[in-house]
Design a protein around this ligand. Structure first.
Ligand code: 4NP
Length: 152
């Protein structure tokens, strides 16, 4: 299964989500692939925000080598599951879709979370809430793995 994590800038939330899911994929020995992208291209070519790198590092996850990129229309065909961090990004992704199959791949990451009734990973870029965002991402990725563990 190919999973694409999507946020606005692809320097905070979706790189952390990619890093967390990569760790789980290894732990569960799954034949999955994960990537991330942003709905805007403002940070194209940049490494993740240093605060995201530090927050992930505390969990023994190295996201420092990731490079920000903007989502492309071809991603809607290449990936099986496209997970948005919030409703703005979800709506943007939906607006990119050209058919029902593409549309069916798009969901909020937090729909897989168990410990929270919130459906959004709040943007930590302005308020520094990186550890909080990472906690939500961990919860959702645990649910995601549980839901699709039998899937190649
Ligand atoms: P992200 O956070 O979408 O989680 O990567 C942001 C990164 C950059 C900006 C906003 C949010 N920005 O406005 O540059």
């Amino acid at each position: 299964m190919k999973v694409l994590m999507v946020c606005l800038g692809n320097i905070c939330r979706s790189p952390m989500a990619q890093g967390v899911l990569e760790k789980y994929i290894v732990q569960h020995q799954l034949n999955w692939l994960v990537d991330s992208a942003g709905t805007n291209g403002y940070h194209d070519g940049e490494h993740p925000d240093s605060r995201a790198i530090q927050a992930a590092k505390k969990m023994n996850i190295d996201i420092s080598q990731q490079i920000s990129r903007q989502i492309q229309t071809s991603d809607l065909d290449q990936f099986d599951l496209i997970l948005a961090m919030d409703t703005n990004n979800l709506n943007y992704l939906k607006s990119m879709c050209r058919n029902a199959h593409q549309l069916s791949k798009i969901q909020l990451l937090m729909e897989f979370a168990s410990g929270s009734n919130k459906l959004t990973v709040p943007d930590p870029y302005y308020d520094n809430s990186f550890d909080h965002a990472l906690g939500l991402i961990h919860d959702a990725c645990t649910g995601l793995i549980r839901h699709y563990e039998k899937t190649n």
